[in-house]
Ligand binder design. Structure first.
Ligand code: PLP
Length: 382
């Protein structure tokens, strides 16, 4: 059976977890602090806050930025729902900007045009941009726009652990005010479930830390060691020490994982070269993708085949692909909202009709990769 994604655990990961299980603290021990320190070192930020998932990271961010009804937050329609759900959590309005037809990231030119409309720009508060599949967005221009319009810049970096701009893997926090990670099992490293918020801004970090744990602050009165206060409405968004131990062990392998993914991508690149049938994600020369995903766009019309039939054909061969993603505004919950009832963004729609995500994970054998490639080509008859 070949899936589109899969985690990889070795004996060091297992013993790291086992060690915590033998310790006194399995929730809030020292592994969390070590993980946060390691994250801050690897990704070059002053503050890293480990949380229970990429979704909690985004939800906490939406709270610390005080988004509210009437605020507009720009985001891509081609990303995981959590990227825009965090906006709705605060009753603010997601404003979907179409993707660039080549990079599949938020289209900066369209964003600029939208911001020329005063009715939009006066309500705009932030941009949540996803480095889709691992391909860094046009962060230089996103930063410029965010400065011009006083917008907070958020990098939903969940796909891009180990990606780089100009060989700099620490790029995300250099551009964005806040960066989110997910360590879900199919991501480039895993803690089972888990995530983090990275930032250089102390005020963001301090508030996010309080919101990670019910809005509670401790040590408020030296003479009353039992006493704590709740200063805002939070929830439990904590990562456990068990997960953090796994994260510490996985982080040591991130470079190796990414290299492997990049090699897989090279082989896909070499095998899907015919531009009459295939469109690959454009990664500009200064960017390197960490390839959480390998999205391939297939011209199904040209070959007179259906995407659904490709999926059933591959399923019979025990190959299980996915589509990342259906444009968020097409989901029922969004369609029920006036703004999104009839929304159809051109490039996002084309992307959705054509995209498949090829198997991409550490440990995928050459033999299985070639099997996938050959079956796809055989089905398409190309
Ligand atoms: C782009 C993106 N953002 C956010 C998330 C949410 O992360 P998690 O599954 O850890 O909650 C994901 C995970 O699938 C994602 O791919």
């Amino acid at each position: 059976m070949i899936n589109y994604g899969k985690h990889y655990l070795d004996k060091n990961d297992i013993s790291a977890v086992n060690n915590v299980l033998k310790k006194k603290f399995i929730t809030q021990g020292n592994q969390i602090q070590i993980f946060e320190k390691n994250l801050a070192n690897y990704f070059g930020c002053k503050y890293a806050l480990a949380v229970s998932s990429g979704t909690s990271a985004l939800n906490i961010i939406s709270k610390i930025l005080d988004w509210k009804k009437g605020d507009i937050i720009f985001c891509s329609p081609i990303t995981f729902v959590a990227s825009s759900n965090c906006i709705l959590q605060q009753n603010a309005s997601p404003f979907f900007i179409d993707i660039d037809s080549k990079t599949f990231n938020i289209d900066v030119e369209i964003l600029k045009k939208k911001l020329k409309d005063k009715n939009i720009s006066k309500k705009a508060k932030a941009i949540v941009a996803t480095d889709f599949g691992g391909n860094p967005c046009d962060w230089y221009n996103l930063k410029k726009i965010s400065r011009e319009h006083n917008l907070t810049l958020i990098n939903d970096n969940c796909h891009a652990l180990g990606s780089s701009i100009n060989n700099d893997k620490k790029y995300a926090v250099k551009y964005a005010d806040l960066v989110t990670h997910s360590y879900h099992a199919v991501k480039n490293i895993t803690t089972g479930e888990g995530g983090s918020i990275l930032t250089n801004k102390k005020n963001f970090y301090d508030r996010a830390k309080v919101l990670r744990s019910h809005g509670v602050v401790k040590n408020i009165n030296k003479s009353e060691p039992w006493n704590y206060d709740m200063i805002e409405l939070g929830s439990n968004n904590r990562m456990t020490d068990i997960q953090a131990a796994l994260g510490n062990s996985q982080l040591k392998k991130l470079n190796k994982f990414v290299k492997f993914r990049q090699n897989l991508a090279k082989i896909y690149d070499q095998n899907f070269t015919d531009t009459r049938y295939f469109l690959k994600q454009k990664i500009t020369t200064k960017n390197k993708s960490s390839y959480h995903l390998y999205p391939l766009l297939i011209n199904f019309d040209k070959v007179k085949k259906k995407k659904s039939n490709l999926f059933s054909y591959l399923k019979k061969k025990k190959i299980f692909l996915q589509v990342h993603y259906k444009p968020i505004y097409k989901f029922k919950y969004y369609r029920n909202m006036e703004n999104f009832k009839r929304l159809a963004l051109k490039n996002a729609e084309i992307f959705y009709n054509k995209e498949i995500s090829l198997p991409m994970y550490y440990g995928l054998s050459k033999k299985n990769q070639i099997k996938v490639i050959n079956h796809i080509k055989k089905f398409l008859n190309v």
